[in-house]
Write a protein that binds this ligand. Structure first.
Ligand code: DP6
Length: 336
């Protein structure tokens, strides 16, 4: 019998974006960020200890070569974790996403989150979050370890709405019962992006707009927190849109310039803004580092919204998601 430690970690969508780092090695962000944990978009990862001197990695049922970019990110993170735990045994990691990866649906958040949680559980022989806590690994500590693999991963461990402060603290501000919002993801392109967000973060400081952003970001954070606490979408929505456009302005005015939005994203945004304004639809967009568009609305409005979107985007896949509850961990035995 072999023990498999299985972690499911959701993706998250940032309302206040993490863009630019103070220290890339320690993964210290330049600003606080705030996100909503998702539910249907997640990574599931199984970890088990193996004999041998190398980790084995399977992604979507296929074994990855050690030098594939994703495999390198995974191995580097496993080495960081094993140094932290002072445990040397190697792991077999089997991972899959419920959504297309590398295209702006925060696959690194859920992916590195699930890797961290499953690896720690396998190494420490823990079958639940409570077991990990008893061994000194509370959720906040696990989130901080996940952050070393991918910054946004630390926000995926909690239910509802999470704040990651630039000094390192990660807090669940409101759980998923506080407010159920829908994130309706319009998949403009499922292709993997050419420049990773890790690379593009480094360029933020070269944009002339970046210092202007940092100077006023605390004000925006306060407004976003107030809108969420009051469950006021009319107040939150315009802040989400301004935030996404500001991040993309910085990305585009960095040196060299990076383009994550493509012509189809821009065409969709123009159509959506006209449609929303003319029909007074209570829905607002946000965008991560990719071409896909996330439409945020109240959850009860999602069906009507999807019906309207389908009129325009019959050629794009639509992924309906909503406010989620955070991580899950379980253990199973197998003979394989
Ligand atoms: C645009 O967390 O992918 O999604 O820390 O280098 O792995 P690394 O970057 P990553 O950055 C994501 C940035 C973003 C905005 C956000 O999620 O806050």
């Amino acid at each position: 019998m072999k023990k498999l430690y299985c972690a499911r970690v959701p993706s998250n969508i940032a309302f206040l974006k993490y863009w630019g780092k103070k220290n890339s090695q320690l993964q210290i962000p330049a600003n606080n960020s705030l996100s909503m944990t998702l539910s249907n978009s997640y990574t599931e990862t199984e970890a088990s200890t193996i004999d041998g001197n190398q980790h084995e990695l399977f992604y979507n049922k296929e074994r990855l070569e050690v030098n594939a970019p994703f495999a390198q990110k995974v191995s580097t993170h496993l080495n960081t974790l094993s140094q932290h735990l002072k445990i040397n045994s190697k792991l077999r990691i089997v991972t899959q996403n419920s959504f297309p990866s590398g295209c702006g649906i925060a696959s690194s958040a859920s992916g590195l989150g699930a890797l961290t949680l499953s690896a720690l559980s396998a190494w420490l022989d823990c079958r639940s979050i409570e077991d990990l806590e008893k061994k000194g690994f509370c959720l906040e500590k696990i989130a901080s370890l996940a952050r070393l693999g991918s910054g946004s991963a630390c926000r995926s461990f909690f239910s509802g709405f999470t704040l990651w402060e630039k000094e390192g603290k990660v807090t669940e501000l409101f759980n998923s019962k506080h407010w159920q919002l829908a994130d309706t993801i319009v998949l403009i392109s499922p292709e993997t992006k050419l420049i990773s967000s890790t690379e593009a973060h480094k360029l933020a400081w070269t944009s002339p707009l970046y210092s202007i952003r940092l100077a006023q970001i605390e004000e925006r954070e306060k407004k976003i927190k107030t809108a969420i606490s009051k469950k006021d979408l009319n107040q939150l929505g315009p802040l989400l849109e301004q935030e996404a456009l500001e991040m993309h302005s910085i990305i585009m005015t960095s040196c060299p310039s990076v383009q994550y939005l493509n012509q189809a994203s821009l065409d969709f945004l123009s159509w959506f803004i006209k449609e929303r304004n003319s029909r007074s639809l209570p829905a607002y967009f946000t965008i991560d580092a990719g071409p896909n568009i996330h439409i945020i609305s109240e959850k009860f409005f999602q069906k009507t919204l999807i019906a309207s979107l389908k009129k325009k985007c019959s050629n794009y896949a639509i992924i309906p998601d909503h406010t989620g509850e955070g991580v899950k961990l379980w253990q199973k035995d197998t003979t394989n």
